[in-house]
Design a protein around this ligand. Structure first.
Ligand SMILES: Cc1ncc(C[n+]2csc(CCOP(=O)(O)OP(=O)(O)O)c2C)c(N)n1
Ligand SMILES: [Mg+2]
Length: 560
């Protein structure tokens, strides 16, 4: 029987497979190793937008941010060897952030394999620890099968990154094969007995604490959970950089259980009799280095709900382990109701502590950075996307910004610098109707700041703030604490950031006083260009409450 399937080259089969998986946006840097894929994408250019970046590190952050924002796998295309190594950072972020992502990497032709041919690497070994699965497509006929598995794997259970290597001959060869349809999202649901046990444990609880985190949530699940939480009077905290899973304006939101945690909130986690953890892995940042919750058997009665079966009992032996997707779990949770007045009172007290903690404190210098964040929190639209990088500057954001809805926060829980700017570029390209804002440090920004060229090329017009303290401030803080006065390797000589933005065709502003920020922001937002505001803060203002000099003095005293 004659097949009516068309013969296509591997690159075209791959591009069609991406379209079949529902891919609309992909990010990358081109390479001669995957020219047939570019050729395949050429035919689909109205359907799939391939955003070309300036460095694979930026591209991989963009793909990760897209996956985080949309819940659909972020797609990254990079060339072999150098492209693959540059692109690794976003893959690590995707792993630690439980973000679905599929990475395609060029590979030497099969006939040269294992000779250390030009730019050859074994991606199974290189990415082995960083990805949920690494495959190499050795035969052109099997492209649809591999791509289908990659997308299924990226979104299943605990989402994460998947890597597929593409040997050159696979891409140049031809075959007549069918596309595989779009992947399923396979997630378990809780059993009746899980729910019964959960109900019994919560019924007895006097000091329950609900903690949310991780990837694999939906807008609807978050909204429904919020209604249930409010109806039952429970207090909710969010794990490190997952502050947008619960409307921070709700009276039941009591704060972020992350780095620089409110000590009173930390105490509440420790003192809880029942900890209901939904989606969070309970990692080092969330548990204050495994001190809020003890491993392997916590003092609190731990009810751990996670979509990845292998995450349950990985560090903590829960009293009740529920393997479930979060929408599925919340649907079941809605059948339970509790009328415990004491919970409500505790929640109200915790909310008061949250309000006190998040009030900006005066700091040295003419820029009150806490007030700037508060202004942004009060003035940006409710659904604005806030992308942030890593460094002490992010501490003010965590503390003073109120996230108001699902996927309004893009941050890296692996604490990787350089995330915020490219994440904002991806967000603006993916959701141009929403306001996007990036918060970067001076060290942080220049790790990927050249992606301002990508923003200009694709019309991603949003405002970024670079918080300039002339330091790798986080490291300086730790340095002064451990080796007071012995400053080394933590100072920065910076460019004129506003001029840098203008050189790329963007809009640049420099702000040195609190009162100048709002008008500068308004000008930047209206500029119709990628805009950058350099915010010069006093280097002594090292955290929202501490000065560098006080840290040094204290350390010097304790060493005397
Ligand atoms: C990719 C990467 N490299 C190095 C580090 C270590 N590191 C953490 S914070 C930091 C300094 C951040 O400096 P900056 O962006 O200026 O922020 P600041 O702490 O000064 O506010 C460094 C070097 C990291 N987290 N990620
Ligand atoms: Mg700095």
């Amino acid at each position: 029987m004659k097949s009516d399937l068309k013969t296509r080259h591997g690159g075209k089969i791959l591009a069609d497979a991406l379209a079949a998986q529902g891919v609309k946006l992909a990010f990358g840097v081109p390479g001669e190793s995957y020219l047939p894929v570019l050729d395949g994408l050429h035919d689909l250019r109205e359907r799939i937008k391939f955003v070309i970046c300036r460095q694979e590190g930026g591209a991989s952050y963009m793909a990760e941010a897209y996956g985080k924002l949309t819940g659909e796998p972020g797609v990254l295309l990079v060339t072999r060897g150098p492209g693959a190594t540059n692109g690794a950072i976003g893959v690590h972020t995707a792993l630690q952030d439980s973000t679905p992502m599929v990475i395609f990497i060029g590979q030497v032709p099969n006939e040269f394999a294992e000779r250390e041919a030009f730019q050859e690497m074994d991606y199974r070994r290189m990415y082995g620890q960083m990805a949920k699965w690494v495959g190499q497509i050795d035969r052109v006929e099997r492209i649809p099968e591999y791509v289908s598995r990659a997308f299924h794997t990226a979104v299943a259970g605990r989402p994460g990154p998947v890597v597929l290597a593409l040997p050159e001959d696979t891409l140049f060869s031809e075959a007549a094969v069918a596309d595989a349809p779009k992947h399923h999202v396979v997630r378990p649901a809780p059993s009746d007995s899980d729910l019964k046990k959960l109900s019994q444990l919560l019924e007895k609880a006097e000091r329950p604490f609900v903690l949310l985190g991780g990837g694999g949530w939906t807008r609807e699940a978050c909204a429904r959970l919020q209604r249930w939480i409010e109806a039952n009077g429970l207090g909710v905290g969010t794990s490190f950089r997952c502050q947008d899973l619960f409307d921070n304006r709700s009276a039941n939101y009591i704060g972020d259980v992350g780095i620089g945690i409110n000590p009173k909130l930390a105490e509440r986690v420790k003192e809880a009799d029942v900890l209901l953890v939904i989606g969070a892995r309970l990692g080092e940042m969330t548990t204050s280095a495994y001190t809020l919750v003890e491993a392997p058997v916590p003092k609190q009665t731990l009810i751990h709900v996670h979509a990845g079966a292998e995450e349950l009992g990985r560090v903590y032996r829960p009293a009740l382990a529920i393997n479930s997707g979060y929408p599925q779990f919340i649907e079941a949770l809605e059948h339970l109701s509790f009328k415990n007045v004491a919970w409500k009172e505790r929640t109200a007290a915790a909310r008061k502590e949250f309000a006190e903690w998040t009030e900006p404190r005066p700091m040295p210098g003419s820029v009150q950075y806490g007030q700037v964040i508060r202004w942004l929190s009060d003035h940006l639209p409710e659904d604005a996307i806030i992308a942030g990088g890593a460094g002490n500057f992010a501490g003010w954001l965590h503390r003073h910004f109120r996230y108001k809805g699902f996927r309004t926060q893009l941050g890296s829980t692996n604490g990787s610098m350089g995330y915020g700017y490219p994440a904002a570029v991806a967000a603006k390209i993916a959701e141009p109707q929403r306001t996007v804002f990036a918060l970067c440090g001076d060290g942080d920004f220049l790790m990927t700041g050249q992606e301002i060229a990508t923003a200009a090329q694709y019309g991603a017009n949003f405002v970024a703030v670079v918080v300039n303290n002339g330091l790798y401030g986080t490291i300086r803080m730790h340095q002064e604490r451990e080796y007071p006065g012995r400053v080394y390797g933590t100072e920065l000589k910076n460019p004129d950031f506003a001029a840098y933005a203008r050189a790329f065709g963007g809009h640049g502003e420099t702000v040195e006083r609190t009162e100048d920020f709002a008008p500068a922001y308004e000008r930047a937002a209206k500029s119709g260009k990628p805009a950058l505001i350099e915010l010069r803060i006093d280097p002594d203002a090292i955290t929202p409450t501490m000065t560098l000099s006080a840290i040094r003095d204290k350390a010097l005293k304790s060493k005397q």
